[in-house]
Design a protein around this ligand. Structure first.
Ligand code: UDP
Length: 484
């Protein structure tokens, strides 16, 4: 009997942990469950300790290759020093294209398929040069994808700023989007990041298909709209494959001894985990309110604490909390906070083993910035959330989680101060942890946890979707070979 040759997939991750983590997980899944050979190319953003840790844990055991591309020289790119993070990411990707092209051409074994993440749509043409199928992996949800794919049309049909509109934005077949929930890139249409976003959105559907980090039952209606040929289906060239939830596995030794011992002593589902993703921070004033809110709620908590953002002279915010901050972050807390919450709260400066914390039986809720990876990690562990969006597509995610999926509550912002007050935080922490409404959220998230488990298991919708993608790949390879 003829044994089939393994398909060699090359995956490319744009910089940032929110992309790197799900791209690695996709690569691992293609190897472990679908018999591919995988190489993941990465562009390190800041060579942080966290990034190194993620790469190392993805390599033990080594099921795929991870290759770091040389950092591109941005000096000739004419990048505005004040450019938004998203612009910097897109430009970094653009400038790395030549290096990736040479690496691809020099690969000993020619790849059979290319998968890039949503910031890599400009790389699809490199697959054409090799004559191989190419896909875009969007590590987010279907509503975001619908907005993204509809953005070039919105751009043509809408006058003025989206945020100044009084009516929601219509996305064919999907829940309309409130102007205040648009993604960051759509907040200012004169900014470079908006142009990059619309341009990128136009390229995504030109691949052979889109892989999405959700599962069918999570967003059935929106997925139907994406595939409806009358509406968004007109812009999507190939299939939309649902491949999620792809989340990092829990490592047996992931939690430090002190934290594990503390968590093991707490009652079941009694601890709230507070974290704003890989780089999110809040203002100093907000940090104080959050501390008071947690203390007043009298609930147990683990808080990944970062230095607050500071206001620059031109009024924009920039993040000073990216580095590996030490105990000096404690100085931003209200006086006496750590002493008063001793034994009730656990503070971790900068970074935590998030999936290990969320999977611990003592953890009962998650105050999260609603990054899509964090959202999925909460759902697969059956943990309800307080949705506290900060940037990117997180406001949209927060609305999805509270109004459609039903696994989160969202705090009200004080309009006069643009922050969430301590009373509101106290109230919501108690709502999720001890009130009836929290119980309803918990029941719903547990249902979703089991639906997610079914989706990724053999025969489940996401498993089958990747089988179909593999079949389509093989057909594509066959087709391309024949036409050459
Ligand atoms: N993460 C972590 N520890 C932290 C902060 C973040 O392990 O202290 C991981 C988290 O589990 C998730 C990823 O980093 O997998 C963050 O991705 P997400 O999409 O939630 O947000 P982003 O950081 O991209 O805004």
């Amino acid at each position: 009997m003829e044994t089939q040759k393994k398909l060699r997939v090359v995956l490319l991750s744009s910089p940032g942990l929110g992309h790197l983590i799900p791209v690695i997980e996709l690569g691992k899944c293609l190897v472990a469950d679908h018999g591919f050979e995988a190489t993941v190319f990465i562009l390190p953003l800041q060579a942080s300790r966290a990034e190194a840790e993620i790469i190392e844990s993805a390599m033990t055991p080594k099921v795929l290759n991870i290759v770091e591309l040389p950092p591109p020289d941005l000096s000739a790119a004419g990048l505005d020093p004040n450019a938004a993070t998203a612009t910097r990411l897109v430009v970094t990707m653009r400038e790395a294209r030549a290096a990736f092209r040479s690496v691809l051409a020099a690969m000993e074994a020619r790849p059979d398929v290319l998968i890039v993440d949503l910031l890599g749509a400009e790389y699809l043409c490199l697959a054409d040069e090799l004559g191989i199928p190419r896909y875009v992996f969007v590590p987010s949800n279907a509503w975001f994808l619908a907005l993204l794919l509809h953005s070039p049309t919105l751009d043509k049909e809408t006058k003025g700023e989206y945020v100044d509109r009084t009516e929601p934005l219509e996305i064919p077949g999907c829940k309309p989007l409130r102007p205040e929930d648009v993604v960051d890139a759509m907040l200012d249409r004169s900014d470079q990041q908006y142009h990059e976003y619309v341009q990128g959105a136009g390229k995504i559907p030109t691949g052979d298909g889109i892989l999405l980090n959700v599962w069918e039952d999570l967003q059935a209606e929106t997925l139907a709209a994406l595939r409806n040929e009358e509406f968004l289906g007109r812009v999507v060239n190939g299939p939309v494959y649902t491949v999620g939830p792809l989340t990092r596995p829990v490592r047996p030794v992931g939690l430090g001894k002190e934290l594990l011992e503390w968590l093991d002593k707490q009652p079941s589902e009694s601890v709230m985990f507070v974290s704003f993703g890989s780089g999110g921070t809040v203002s100093a004033e907000q940090l104080v309110e959050l501390a008071w809110g947690l203390e007043l709620s009298q609930q147990r908590f683990i808080w990944v604490l970062r230095q607050p953002i500071v206001k620059s002279l031109d009024g924009s915010f920039f993040d000073v909390g990216k580095g590996d901050a030490g105990d000096e972050v404690l100085s931003f807390l209200p006086s006496g906070f750590t002493a008063r919450t001793h034994g009730i709260g656990f503070i971790l400066p900068s970074w935590a083993s998030q999936v290990e914390i969320l999977s611990h039986p003592s953890v009962g809720s998650f105050l999260s910035h609603c990054g899509w990876n964090s959202t999925l990690e909460s759902i697969v562990n059956g943990v309800p959330m307080i949705a506290w969006p900060l940037y990117a597509e997180q406001r949209l995610n927060a609305t999805l989680l509270t109004e459609e999926i039903g696994v989160a509550v969202r705090p009200k912002v004080l309009p006069s101060k643009k922050i969430v007050g301590r009373e509101e935080i106290e109230k919501l922490v108690r709502t999720v942890m001890v009130e009836k409404e929290g119980h309803t959220l918990r029941v719903r998230v547990r249902d979703l946890k089991s639906s997610a488990q079914k989706a990724v298991a053999r025969g489940g919708s996401s498993y089958e979707s990747l089988c179909k993608m593999k079949e389509d790949c093989q057909m594509g390879i066959h087709h391309i070979k024949k036409s050459h």
